[in-house]
Design a protein around this ligand. Sequence first.
Ligand code: GDP
Ligand code: IMO
Ligand code: MG
Length: 427
Amino acid sequence: MPGIVVVGAQWGDEGKGKATDQLGDRVDYCVRYSGGNNAGHTIVVNGERYALHLLPSGILNPRCVPVIGNGVVVDLDVLFEEIDGLAARGVDASGLMVSANAHVITSYHQVIDKVSERFLGKNRIGTTGRGVGPAYSDKVNRIGIRVQDLLDESILRDKVGAALEQKNYLLVKVYNRRAMDPEQVADHLLSHVERLAPHIVDVSRVLNKAMDAGEVVLFEGAQAHHLDVDHGTYPYVTSSNPVAAGACVGTGVGPTRIDRVVGIAKAYTTRVGEGPMPTELLDADGERLRTDGAEFGTTTGRPRRCGWFDALVVETAAKANAFTDIFLTKLDILTGWESIPVCVGYEVGGVRHDTMPISQADFARAVPIYEELDGWEEDISDCRSFDDLPKNTQAYVNRLEELCGARISGIGVGPSREQSILIHDLL
Ligand code: GDP
Ligand code: IMO
Ligand code: MG
């Protein structure tokens, strides 16, 4: 079973980091394939909390080689800060591999991310402000800076100069900001070269060779299906392809090598930033979910929007990503509710929908149709098998499985590595 993808089934922050870490001791390579340091993956090991933004969660497992694929956009300041932060805590990242084809996030991408959001006003996306969108725009626009460009100073200076010629026009004429100095930007990027160079590899070749030898490669998704630029709630999405297929594009591994796709779904729904979310609760119930679930962004600290589980959202992701399994997280947070609503359909302009409507306009005004499931009072955080769970909790899980159309193979009952229930082996 060499190729396994972990992918978010909702709008991010489902607990992908924890699920990835969980599989770590049986994984040889752990690879980030999309996104950048807009991600925030939290892992709790022996009471120690780690928040990773750019490094794959497998880094916490000594046997696992951490890899950053070509589909990732890399902020080198953040990368080395993260490596140093981990080193100070005894975690060794010296084996990190970085694709020569990955694009880098520069200071002008960060500036443009922030000013363009301000410019959009009420139409803003609510980005993380990390420069991720502008870096991907440059990639598609063929004016991006790649990791390999740093290895040749004159190429790098040319490319930064050419990109900034356009950007400075935009910054000065449209956004009324100061122009940025290409020499300064290039100097800063070059300051990382000595440290970065030993990590640069041909990721596609490395991973394919490993898989030929029967080694296990875990592709760790960032963001989620509904934040995907092609499949998500556009334009309220990120600028990359977090979907499982993105693992192939973002690393150079063919689709026939993916054996398993594990969708990570939270037992309720959260979202950060703007965009439609039919089950969002703007009342005391939403506040209770936020407090109980500590739903504040790992990256920006923003309060996450909270609501009930939306089966249509997860079912859509299950189909489009061909989930072989679902890992249902944060089930423990739902303890203490007398009954728990689950969204099983939408009403849009008097018409019932049993799957997500094809138009974004309809999705934005969808009114959830709820089914009420019985809640439970028992603390489940020490449960380690499905049979340990109260009957109502089991019924909740079984109903979600039925509605989402993929088997639930794992359940999270707390943030720590050991607070999980494994129903079916994931590897
Ligand atoms: P990611 O971006 O998908 O990796 O998720 P985040 O790390 O941003 O957010 C998930 C949060 O929930 C983190 O604080 C995790 O430590 C925590 N978490 C993950 N799984 C569980 C679980 O099963 N129960 C509880 N209570 N917390 C969990
Ligand atoms: P993880 O991997 C939740 C959201 C932002 C914003 C939109 C676009 O931790 O699940 P961007 O900065 O990417 O251009 O912002 O996407 N977003 C996330 N929301 N979890 C994430 O990552 C996210 N990464 C981006 O809030 O709405
Ligand atoms: Mg997160």
